[in-house]
Unconditional design. Structure first.
Ligand code: LMR
Length: 333
């Protein structure tokens, strides 16, 4: 009798609820500022494919490339507000929301190669830096690579004196501002999506960026000279809105974590090749003349920029700079 009553009540509840409905998927918006055909753009698509697969279609991942939703600073604010769930801003862009420590990656000539970078990002310092994001309402999931930067302008940049008085677009990093001032350049913070036009119209004279970013934004078409300087690095922190992330069912979050781990591996594996190809394509186009520095010229650039390490102490802290420089060195047994 009792069993019958429970079964009947359950049946009645089903009737009242109406026909079973498929649950709407959770929507994850991933906004970024670069072209799809870049290491970050491709990494985002890989995460989309794997994330939807590993969550069995319970999460719909929408990608908005090329600043189609938000520009640089706006996108971080939108993430904090929850208007978008995931971003991958460069290390240089966290300052305006009060996290200046990531600017340590902007120190000039600090990273000799990707292996040195990995020793930071895969080690305890990398993990500690990610923790700084949480009080700001975001969770840092991974470090994604872009690559080493070139300098471009409408005049050849060989000697330090060649920079004097030029206006350069920079990302919103005080350490990059110090770097440009050390060369006698007037830095101007500007959103990535505005750089091409600013170069074309002469609002700024030059800029620094990676080959893949320069090529996909066509910057090489409006800069007569590009110096192969490798003086700095651009990489990203993949961040997700903390409330969104913590509120996901555990199995869904696990699926997205697995997707992120694989997409990170993929994006970091292709980054070097993507940049090498972009550089080759720009060379082939003949639109900008490439300059290779002599050892003496490169040493002079390095020397001119060296005061940035001291100046940056007031911004990111001496202890952090020391720890960063220690972490990049291979451990010797
Ligand atoms: C820039 O603003 O130059 C870069 O941070 C763009 C990007 O996301 O690579």
């Amino acid at each position: 009798m009792k069993t019958y009553t429970i079964a009947a009540a359950a049946a009645l509840a089903l009737v009242l609820a109406g026909p079973a409905q498929a649950q709407a998927p959770i929507v994850l918006k991933f906004s970024h500022v670069v072209a799809p055909d870049t290491p970050k753009g491709k990494g985002a698509v890989k995460f989309q494919e794997l994330g939807e697969k590993y969550t069995n279609g319970n999460v719909k991942i929408e990608i908005y490339p090329n600043s189609s939703l938000y520009k640089d600073k706006e996108e971080l604010e939108a993430l904090q507000l929850g208007a978008v769930q995931m971003l991958a801003p460069s290390n240089s862009k966290f300052g305006p929301i009060g996290i200046k420590e990531f600017e340590v990656f902007d120190l000039p000539f600090v990273l000799p190669d990707k292996a040195a970078l990995r020793r930071v990002t895969d080690g305890p310092l990398g993990a500690r830096l990610l923790k700084l994001l949480e009080p700001q309402g975001m969770v840092g999931l991974a470090y994604w690579d872009n690559g080493f930067k070139l300098m471009s302008a409408n005049k050849p940049l060989r000697e330090v004196a060649d920079f004097k008085g030029l206006k350069f677009r920079i990302q919103s990093s005080k350490v990059l501002e110090m770097q440009m001032r050390s060369l006698g350049v007037i830095p101007q913070v500007m959103a990535f999506s505005e750089v091409y036009q600013a170069l074309q119209t002469g609002v700024v004279d030059g800029q620094e960026n990676t080959p893949s970013n320069m090529y996909t934004q066509k910057m090489h078409e409006v800069q007569k000279f590009t110096t192969l300087s490798d003086h700095g690095y651009i990489g990203y922190v993949v961040v997700v809105n903390k409330k969104f992330w913590d509120g996901l069912p555990a199995d869904v979050r696990a699926g997205l974590e697995k997707a992120m781990a694989e997409a990170t591996k993929y994006s970091n594996e292709i980054s070097e090749k993507e940049n090498a190809e972009a550089l080759a394509d720009m060379k082939k186009s003949g639109k900008t003349e490439f300059i290779t520095l002599t050892d003496a010229q490169k040493a002079a650039w390095k020397q001119a920029m060296s005061p940035v390490f001291k100046d940056a102490e007031a911004r990111v802290g001496k202890a952090l700079i020391d720890e960063f420089e220690k972490a990049i060195k291979p451990t010797t047994n």
